[in-house]
Design a protein around this ligand. Structure first.
Ligand SMILES: Nc1ncnc2c1ncn2[C@@H]1O[C@H](COP(=O)(O)OP(=O)(O)O)[C@@H](O)[C@H]1O
Ligand SMILES: [Mg+2]
Length: 505
């Protein structure tokens, strides 16, 4: 009796007329129940989501299952691959007895398939080079990456402002270092006149931080050609959306760089994409693995920014999915905005674990069929508790779900397979070269040279004329330097960072 009632409730709860993807089939008392497919409407994919669970419970395979079906529906995907275990999606899977048995139980035929993949990198790894210019970062994010205090951030804002005012391109770290030097040496008088005094103590500390960043290998992230977000939106000739795997294995111990990069990417995507509304299918879906890295150590201001961008980006048809071990890793303000929740098993070893499980269970819809907190600890590998938003945007009933197996390979690519993808990639070629066009470094060097020549000529003229002249006293800036910076366009742009970028659009 209960079984009939259960399958009835799942069938109506997950009924879906429009385009959708299928996660798997429902489980009751640990057993698959026939004819209870768990369907997620494409229409609500932009309402974001969470995939949580202990290590080895099936989170990454769940992302693979989701990505595959999005791609099949012509929706491109971005995957932040911190562990480097996602590349297998580029190759077809293998038919194995444990997989076909699994699929028979839920009544979904198993087929194998490979998906179009681009491998992207922030560092020297092979793949499509992701780069951004220093000016695209803006003073606030740039200061944050360098972990600067308020005074030092003020100096960074002044330097951005100077470059804005004089239309000097600020592309890479070499440019920025040159400006730091210029502001306290050759250009000291010029800076003092326009923006007030800049202390060498501040520029010295900033310079040390930049050198630190360079030593972490982050310098190659700054410069041109900067990445065009539209290159993430590609569809292949068969109508499958590209799976863009950003390989981040080498920055997992640099959470600050990772979170800043994430925020920069989201802001860029947000500002480039047209408004879409809630009606359609998603334009792009972003999976962020090890999402706790973003939220750990994030300041209140940064968390607010993340919360805001997550809220706003929905209307552009972008879905963001956070993957982490414990839902408590994600701040409440973000958690509250997530439509699809997929909870894999959690382990109850300690009192703290049990507390976390209770809290997690309370965040799921009440169910007459499950004792949620118990089920969370009993789920098998590749099984999860699911609640989604139906086509009307209403939460679906809680379902324990046996996830289908990925159509693509469940293991990583070999080096030669990776090489083949990169050799055939148009994007790798497009972003391969480092362009070093004339920017701050060259412009300031020229300026210094010209000034020195002029000074030498002047000196000669003076000696010839045997005249002594006293140069007019430097007019000091009328406005307090801090006030001047605070009211400058650059600072205002920077202070609100991404937000102002969004609001001005
Ligand atoms: N949906 C699934 N279908 C078949 N096997 C799965 C599935 N999910 C997980 N597995 C098995 O469990 C292993 C661990 O899954 P994985 O997704 O890597 O865990 P996590 O990311 O949570 O650490 C996989 O290598 C695979 O053998
Ligand atoms: Mg994983």
């Amino acid at each position: 009796m209960t079984a009939t009632k259960f399958s009835e409730s799942i069938r109506t709860g997950y009924d879906c007329k429009g385009e959708h993807i299928i996660l798997g089939g429902a489980l009751l008392n640990g057993e698959a129940v026939p004819d209870t497919l768990i369907k997620i409407p494409l229409k609500t994919i932009n309402r974001h989501g969470l995939i949580a669970g202990a290590t080895g419970t099936g989170k990454t395979k769940t992302i693979q299952v989701l990505s595959e079906q999005l791609s099949q529906n012509g929706i491109p995907v971005v995957m932040m691959d911190i562990k480097g275990d996602f590349s297998g999606i580029a190759m077809p899977g293998e038919v194995k007895p444990f997989i076909t048995e699994r699929h028979e139980k839920m009544g979904i035929p198993y087929e194998t398939k490979a998906f179009p993949v681009e491998l992207l990198t922030l560092s020297k790894q092979d793949g499509v080079r992701l780069r951004a210019t220093v000016s695209e970062f803006g003073p606030v994010l740039f200061s944050r990456i360098l972990d600067l205090n308020d005074t030092q951030s003020g100096v960074v804002s002044v330097i951005f402002k100077y470059c804005d005012d004089h239309q000097i391109p600020l592309l890479d770290l070499k440019d920025f270092k040159k400006l730091l030097q210029y502001a306290t040496e050759e250009g000291k008088a010029e800076f003092e006149k326009e923006y007030g005094r800049i202390s060498t103590a501040s520029t010295g500390s900033i310079l040390r931080k930049i050198i630190e960043l360079e030593q972490q290998g982050a310098d190659i992230f700054f410069g041109e050609l900067s990445f065009d977000i539209n290159d993430l939106m590609r569809i292949d000739s068969n109508g499958n959306g590209y799976i863009n795997i950003i390989r981040l294995t080498d920055i997992q111990d640099k959470p600050k760089l990772f979170s800043t990069f994430m925020l920069c990417l989201l802001a860029e995507i947000y500002s480039q994409m047209p408004e879409q509304g809630d009606s359609g299918r998603p334009e792009l879906v972003i999976f962020i693995d090890e999402a706790h890295l973003i939220f750990d150590q994030a300041s209140k201001a940064l968390l607010d920014q993340i919360e805001t961008i997550v809220k706003l980006i929905r209307s552009k048809g972008i879905g963001i999915y956070f993957i982490t071990q414990n839902p408590t890793d994600v701040p409440n303000g973000v958690l509250a905005q997530l439509g699809l929740k997929i909870q894999h098993a959690l382990r109850a070893f300690t009192a703290n674990d049990r507390k976390a499980i209770k809290m997690t269970a309370e965040n799921y819809p009440l169910s007459e069929f499950y004792k949620t907190d118990e089920v969370i600890t009993q789920l098998g590998i590749g099984e999860a508790l699911v609640t989604a938003l139906n086509e009307k945007g209403i939460p679906t009933p809680l379902a324990a779900c046996m996830m289908r197996a990925p159509m693509s390979r469940m293991d990583i690519l070999t080096q030669s397979e990776i090489d083949t993808i990169n050799n055939n990639s148009k994007l790798v070629k497009k972003y391969q070269e480092t362009i070093d066009r004339e920017s701050a470094y060259e412009i300031l060097n020229k300026k210094i040279e010209t000034a020195q020549e002029a000074a030498a000529q002047e000196q000669q003229r003076k000696t010839e004329a045997k005249e002594t002249q006293r140069s007019a006293p430097q007019k000091s800036s009328a406005m307090n330097p801090i006030v001047k910076v605070l009211t400058s366009a650059t600072f205002i742009r920077g202070a609100f960072g991404i937000l102002s970028k969004i609001l001005n659009k």
